[in-house]
Design a protein around this ligand. Structure first.
Ligand code: UT7
Length: 339
């Protein structure tokens, strides 16, 4: 059998897609819990015990989501030994785009020098990176594109109500990117599970500025251009969805939870990550945590964590990695990788 090729029911040649480079970038400015104590009625103790967060990175006034995305993308391309012009497809997962349109992917495309190549955004909140990776991997596996640059990037701080202690202590900025290419069958991306439940969309949303509530002096006055979250109601759903998505993806590639070498959950809250890992039977040392340093960066959290794990030597060839996300929509998704 030819390595890297299998045939689907339609007789097309299919390859597997795998990650060949990772990169990430977080803004220099650090906002600590002590800083937040001076801004809203909160405490370092409350934030650390309820969320696990100690500090987070915040972009400056001039920096937009595509600026962070480009930094992460260039690092991933460098690791993959590629230039911007070599990229065939760019997908950016974000809920904090530079503008409603053009897409953030188009801004990235221009800045990395991939002009002429396909570029679009995906909106699936904190699950966005998994949705984007699943989408890109179809194009690469069926040969439509030779490679893809998949980015999760957010500047949540620009849409954060800095007077709302329920959200401002959680949200942060950053970007992570991966390059995917065809790899040998049986390695790379082994399976996905994606899902959504639109009935609970109101639990986490940004109500103002869209066609439902077009921007007006009133929407601004009512602070509708900021992220609203019913955190407590999301909490239980988060754990259930993370566990369900991971188990479904594992089942699809006949891998058991005991075989997981590294579990990389969306970094929203260390209590959520620990609860999901525990239910999956993943020991703490196999669960990656950076929410303490990075806060919740929505679609960027998983690729940032993956890049940190990769660059720190925590991943070995052949390791089974589970990426697992949950977020607004509601949406969820998991991906099983053989590193
Ligand atoms: O990114 C993906 C989607 N997001 C999530 O998955 C987030 C999921 N939810 C969570 O992580 C947690 O629910 C939170 C961290 C948001 C909140 O933790 P909690 O343990 O669920 O707290 P709570 O909302 O039940 O609030 C407990 C108390 C309340 O006071 P009372 O009513 O008991 O007097 C809140 O008003 O804590 C209060 N509180 C705060 N106190 C100090 C809420 N935010 C703060 C704060 N500082 N920043």
């Amino acid at each position: 059998m030819t390595h890297g090729l299998k045939t689907n029911s339609g007789g097309q040649k299919l390859k597997s897609a795998g990650i060949v480079g990772t990169g990430s970038y977080v803004p220099e400015k650090i906002l600590t819990n002590a800083d937040l104590e001076k801004m809203v009625n909160t405490s370092d103790e409350w934030i650390r015990t309820r969320t696990g967060i100690s500090e987070r990175h915040i972009a400056d006034e001039k920096t937009a989501t595509s600026d962070l995305a480009v930094e992460a993308a260039n690092r991933a391309l460098h690791q993959a030994d590629m230039k911007g012009k070599d990229v065939d497809l760019i997908i950016v997962a974000t809920i904090t785009p530079d503008m409603f349109f053009p897409s953030t992917a188009c801004f990235v495309q221009e800045k990395i020098g991939a002009v002429g190549k396909a570029a679009f955004d995906i909106s699936a909140a904190c699950s966005g990176f998994i949705y984007a990776l699943a989408t890109a991997s179809q194009f690469v596996a069926n040969g439509v594109f030779g490679n893809a640059l998949v980015i999760g990037a957010e500047t949540l701080s620009k849409f954060t109500d800095w007077e709302d202690r329920a959200t401002c202590v959680l949200l942060a900025d950053g970007a992570g990117a991966v390059v995917i290419k065809p790899v040998k069958t049986g390695s790379g991306i082994l399976s996905f599970s994606l899902g959504a439940d639109g009935r609970s969309g109101n639990l986490l949303c940004l109500p103002g500025g869209g066609s439902r509530n077009p921007a007006s002096a009133e929407t601004v006055q009512n602070r509708l251009h900021y992220i609203k979250m019913k955190g407590n109601e999301l909490f239980k759903m988060a754990v259930r969805s993370l566990v369900g998505a991971a188990l479904e993806a594992l089942e699809k590639c006949s891998i058991s939870p005991e075989e997981i070498d590294l579990f990389i959950s969306h970094q929203a809250n260390v209590r959520i990550i620990d609860a999901a890992a525990k239910r999956l039977g993943v020991p703490k040392e196999k669960s990656y945590i950076n929410v303490d340093r990075c806060g919740n960066t929505s679609a960027a959290s998983i690729p940032i964590a993956l890049d940190e794990a990769n660059r720190s030597g925590r991943l070995k060839k052949g390791d089974v990695v589970v990426l697992d996300a949950f977020g607004g929509g509601l949406t969820w998704g998991a991906c099983v990788l053989k590193w």
